[in-house]
Write a new protein. Structure first.
Lengths: 656, 177
C-alpha cells in the first residue's frame, strides 16, 4: 500500500511541477498577480508530494518490502538499518527520486525565503525550476520507476553493494546532489533574467547566496567522495580523473568562476552576459555530468547502467533544457550591456583572470573526458585519456591561477596599482620562495612548486586580513575593532583561499608518498619511509553481516614502536564480495596507511604499506574552503540587508 | 558570438545521439575494447621461455588441438595476482592456458610463481614488450581465446571474473570446442 501511495505522490508531483512551470513562466507576462502568487504555493506542494514519494520508497527499504523490485534488487533484510535507508539512493531509480527531491527542495526554499524578490522574478524563477523538475520527474515516473512491484517476491533481497555500506558513501550522494542541483537556482535566475531582459546589481546579490550554498555542498561532496575512495578502495589514491569525478569537477570549476563573477555584477554591473552564461553552463554541466555518466556513454568505474531508451529520454531532456536556455541566451544576451567600466589592472580584471584560468581548466577537463567517445565516433579508434594527460595539462593552468589568486583580493575596484598590493604580501612571497628553494633541494621541482604555491596562497590571505586590520601598526585594541567591523564575507573569502592553499599543499605533499607491497609472515618485518613495519599476528574477528580476517601491524621509528594498526579483509556473503578495510592512522600532517590485501596460498599476509605525508591536508583544505563559503553566507549583507533595500529601487523601476 | 555556446552544445548533443543510437543497435559498447586481432591469426613473434624451458612462437599457435587461452600477465601487476586463482581454476578444467610475462624479470617471476603457483602450460617472456605492441595488448592482465584453427576469437582486457567467465568465455568455449 505504502509504495502505491509513493507512486501516486510521484505522479502528483509531475502534475504540480508542470503547473508550477506554466504558471510561473507565463503569469508575469499576463500581469496576473494572483497567478504569480500561485507559483510559490505550487512549489511548496510539489516539494511535499516528492517528499511523500521519497519517504514511501525509504519505508519500503526499511521494512524490507521485497515485492518492490528496487528493494529486492538492491537491499536485504540482513544489512543494518542505516544502509537499508541509504541503499534507497544507492541505485539508479532510487537516486533519481533523491535527485528530484533535492531539486524540489531548492524550489521550495526559493518559495519560502524569496519573499524579498520582486513577485514577477520569483514567479519566473519558480517557473523555470518547475519545468526542469517536471521533466525529470516525468522521466522517473515513466522509464525509471522505483516503485515497480514483482510477484512472487524473493525470500531475501540481493543485498546492498558492500562498497556502499560505508558511512562516507552513504552521505556522499545527497551532499553531492545538493551541490549539483543547487546550481539549478542560479540557472533559473539566469533564465528569468534573460526572459525579463535585464540584469542589475540586485540580481547579482540574489544569485550569489544560492550559488554559494551549492558551491559549499559541491565542494564538500567532492571532498567526501575523494576521501571515501582514498580510504576504501585501498590504493591510497584520492583522485583518478575518472569521468564521474570529472563530471563533478567541471561544475565546481565553472561554479567557482560564477561565484567570483557574480561579485562583479553585484559591485560593478559588468560581465553580465558572461555571468549568465556561467550560470547556465554550471547547471548544464551538472546535468550532463550526472546523466551522461549514467547513460553508459562514458566508461567509468561508477556503474549505474541505464537502458538506452532511458538514455534517449535523458538526452532529449538535456537538449530541451540546455539547448533551450542557450538559444534564449543567444537571442537575449546582446541586450545585457555592461554599465561599469574598469581598467586592465583592477579587482574586476583580477576576477576576469580567475575566470579565464578556471574556465580553461574546465575546457581541458571537458575535452579530455569527451575525447575518447568522440574519437571513436568519428574515426573508429579506441583510446583512453588518463591521469597523465590531465596532470600535464591542468598543472600549467593551475600554477598561474595560484599566483594570481593571492594578488586579486588585494586590488581595489575600478583602477589599481600593482606595487601597493605586492608590498602587502611581500612576507608571503619570501616564505613561499624559501619553501620552494628548500624543497627543490630535498625533492623535485614540481613538488616544491606545489608546496611553495600552497604557502603563498595561505600566507597572502592571512596577511591581507592582517593588513586590513593594520595589525602591528596601530594599537592592538584598534586592530581588533577593525577586525570586528570587517564584513564576514571578507573572512569567508580569505578562508576559502586559505582552504585552497591547504589543499594544494596537501596534494603537493602527497607526491612524496612512499609505498610498498610485501608478503610478511607473522613475526617478520620490513622497512619503509624510515619506519620499521612488523606483522605481529593474523586472526579472525566477527562482524555484523560479514566475517573478517585482521592483521596486526606494529610500526616503529628507530626501534621504538609507536603505533599498531589493524587492517582487515571483510568477507561478505550476500552478495559474495571481499573488501579490504584499510587501517589509517593520521596525526593531522601524515597518514600511515596499511591495507591487508590478501592471504597468499604460501602463507603469511600480503600487505600494502603506505606513508603519505600531508595527505590529510587535501581534505582539510576542501573542508576549510566549504567553511569559508558558509562563513561568507552568514554575512548579514547577503542574508537580509541588500535584497530588501534593493526592493524599493526595483519597485520604482517597475513603475517606470 | 552569443550563439557559439549553442552551436557547441548542438554538435555535442548530435554526437551523443549518434553514440546512443549505435549503443541501441549493439554496434558500439563503450566498455568493450575490440581487438583488431579478432578473426585473424596472431602476428609473427618468437619469444624465449622461462628458466631454460622453451618459449613459443606464432607457429605454435597456428593449429592447437583444442581451443586455448593466451594470458598476458606480469609479476608486478596487482590485478594479475588477483586473477591468479581464476587462471589456476581454469587450468584445472583442462583448458590449455599459455602465459606471456610482460616486461618482467626472471627472479620476480620466480617469486610470483612461488606465491601464486604456475598454472601455465607454456610460458614465454616478452621482456621488451614489443610483441605486446604487435598484439595490441591494452594492459595486463589480458586474455585471448584462440580456436582450433589458430584464429583469435575473443579478447578480454582486465582480470577474468566469474561474470566474464559465465557471460563471455564459457559460451565461446562451448561454441569453438
Amino acid at each position: 500500500m505504502i509504495p502505491e501511495l509513493g507512486h501516486f505522490a510521484l505522479a502528483l508531483a509531475v502534475a504540480l511541477a508542470f503547473a508550477q512551470g506554466v504558471i510561473g513562466v507565463f503569469a508575469p507576462g499576463l500581469r496576473d498577480a494572483r497567478a504569480m502568487r500561485a507559483a510559490p504555493a505550487l512549489a511548496l506542494s510539489h516539494f511535499l508530494a516528492i517528499g511523500a514519494s521519497f519517504l514511501g520508497l525509504i519505508y519500503a527499504g526499511v521494512v524490507s518490502d521485497f515485492t518492490v523490485e528496487n528493494v529486492a534488487d538492491f537491499s536485504s533484510s540482513q544489512v543494518p538499518l542505516i544502509y537499508r535507508i541509504t541503499g534507497t539512493w544507492g541505485n539508479h531509480d532510487g537516486s533519481m527520486v533523491l535527485w528530484c527531491f533535492v531539486l524540489s527542495f531548492c524550489g521550495a526554499t526559493v518559495a519560502a525565503f524569496g519573499g524579498n524578490l520582486p513577485a514577477s522574478l520569483r514567479a519566473r524563477v519558480l517557473g523555470v525550476l518547475g519545468f526542469v523538475s517536471g521533466g525529470f520527474l516525468l522521466f522517473t515516473l515513466t522509464v525509471s520507476d522505483p516503485f515497480t512491484r514483482i510477484w512472487p517476491p524473493p525470500l531475501d533481497g540481493a543485498g546492498v553493494n558492500p562498497i556502499l555500506q560505508d558511512p562516507g558513501l552513504a552521505f556522499h550522494p545527497p551532499v553531492l546532489y545538493t551541490g549539483y542541483v543547487g546550481f539549478s537556482v542560479a540557472f533559473a535566475f539566469a533564465i528569468a533574467a534573460l526572459i525579463e531582459g535585464r540584469i542589475d546589481a540586485a540580481w547579482g546579490r540574489w544569485v550569489r547566496p544560492w550559488a554559494l550554498v551549492s558551491w559549499c555542498f559541491l565542494t564538500s561532496g567532492i571532498a567526501l567522495g575523494s576521501w571515501w575512495s582514498y580510504y576504501t578502495l585501498g590504493w591510497g589514491g584520492y583522485w583518478f580523473w575518472d569521468p564521474v569525478e570529472n563530471a563533478a569537477l567541471l561544475p565546481w570549476l565553472t561554479g567557482t568562476a560564477l561565484l567570483h563573477c557574480a561579485i562583479v555584477v553585484e559591485k560593478r554591473e559588468a560581465l553580465k552576459a558572461w555571468t549568465v552564461l556561467l550560470a547556465i553552463a554550471t547547471f548544464s554541466l551538472s546535468l550532463s555530468g550526472t546523466f551522461l555518466v549514467r547513460s553508459g556513454i562514458l566508461n567509468s568505474v561508477h556503474s549505474f547502467a541505464a537502458a538506452p531508451d532511458q538514455g534517449l529520454f535523458i538526452l532529449a531532456l538535456l537538449a530541451i533544457t540546455i539547448g533551450g536556455s542557450l538559444l534564449l541566451f543567444a537571442i537575449r544576451a546582446p541586450v545585457l550591456a555592461a554599465t561599469g567600466m574598469f581598467s586592465p589592472l583592477s579587482r574586476e580584471s583580477a576576477l576576469v583572470v580567475n575566470n579565464i584560468f578556471l574556465c580553461s581548466i574546465a575546457a581541458v577537463v571537458f575535452v579530455g573526458t569527451l575525447y575518447p567517445p568522440f574519437v571513436n565516433l568519428l574515426f573508429g579508434i579506441q583510446l583512453s585519456v588518463g591521469a597523465p594527460f590531465f596532470n600535464q595539462t591542468v598543472l600549467p593552468l593551475t600554477a598561474p591561477l595560484i599566483l594570481a589568486m593571492a594578488i586579486g583580493p588585494l586590488l581595489p575596484w575600478k583602477r589599481a596599482a600593482l606595487r601597493p598590493a605586492l608590498e602587502r604580501i611581500w612576507f608571503a612571497a619570501v616564505v613561499a620562495v624559501i619553501v620552494f628553494l628548500v624543497m627543490t633541494e630535498q625533492s623535485n621541482a614540481i613538488t616544491a612548486l606545489g608546496l611553495g604555491g600552497g604557502v603563498w596562497v595561505m600566507l597572502s590571505a592571512v596577511s591581507d586580513i592582517a593588513e586590513r586590520a593594520k595589525l602591528g601598526r596601530v594599537k592592538l585594541g584598534d586592530s581588533l575593532a577593525r577586525l570586528r567591523a570587517m564584513p564576514r564575507a571578507a573572512f569567508g573569502a580569505a578562508l576559502g583561499h586559505i582552504g585552497f592553499g591547504v589543499m594544494v599543499f596537501g596534494i603537493a605533499g602527497m607526491t612524496l608518498a612512499s609505498q610498498k607491497v610485501v608478503v610478511l609472515n607473522p613475526g617478520q618485518s620490513t622497512e619503509l619511509g624510515g619506519y620499521s613495519w612488523k606483522l605481529d599476528d593474523l586472526r579472525d574477528a566477527p562482524g555484523p553481516n560479514y566475517a573478517q580476517r585482521v592483521a596486526d601491524v606494529t610500526i616503529s621509528d628507530e626501534g621504538k614502536p609507536f603505533l599498531t594498526l589493524h587492517p582487515s579483509r571483510r568477507i561478505f556473503t550476500t552478495p559474495k564480495v571481499i573488501t579490504n578495510d584499510a587501517a589509517i592512522h593520521t596525526n593531522g600532517f601524515q597518514d600511515i596507511y596499511v591495507v591487508f590485501a590478501d592471504e597468499p596460498a604460501g602463507g603469511g599476509a600480503e600487505l600494502r604499506l603506505n606513508r603519505h605525508p600531508l595527505a590529510p591536508e587535501i581534505w582539510f583544505g576542501g573542508l576549510i574552503m566549504a567553511l569559508g563559503g558558509a562563513l561568507s553566507l552568514s554575512d548579514r549583507r547577503l542574508r537580509v540587508g541588500a535584497p530588501s533595500r534593493k526592493r524599493a529601487a526595483k519597485a520604482a523601476g517597475v513603475v517606470a | 558570438m552569443f550563439t557559439a555556446p549553442l552551436a557547441i552544445v548542438a554538435v555535442g548533443g548530435l554526437g551523443f545521439y549518434t553514440i546512443l543510437e549505435r549503443m541501441e543497435q549493439d554496434k558500439y559498447d563503450p566498455h568493450a575494447l575490440p581487438s583488431p586481432l579478432i578473426g585473424h591469426k596472431p602476428p609473427t613473434f618468437n619469444l624465449p621461455g622461462f628458466n631454460g624451458a622453451p618459449g613459443f612462437s606464432n607457429t605454435d599457435l597456428a593449429a592447437p588441438a583444442q581451443p586455448m587461452l593466451v594470458n598476458w600477465f606480469a609479476s608486478w601487476c596487482m590485478p594479475c595476482a588477483q586473477e591468479a586463482p581464476m587462471i589456476a581454476q581454469l587450468a584445472k578444467t583442462g583448458l590449455p592456458i599459455w602465459g606471456v610475462a610482460y616486461q618482467d624479470q626472471p627472479d620476480a617471476l620466480a617469486s610470483y610463481f612461488a606465491h601464486y603457483g604456475n598454472p601455465y602450460t607454456k610460458l614465454a617472456l616478452d621482456t621488451s614488450g614489443l610483441t605486446a605492441i604487435n598484439w595490441g595488448v591494452y594492459g595486463v592482465p589480458e586474455t585471448y581465446l584462440i580456436d582450433k584453427a589458430g584464429i583469435v576469437r575473443w579478447r578480454w582486457a582486465g582480470a577474468i571474473t566469474d561474470d566474464v567467465l559465465a557471460n563471455g568465455l564459457n559460451p565461446l568455449l562451448a561454441k569453438y570446442t
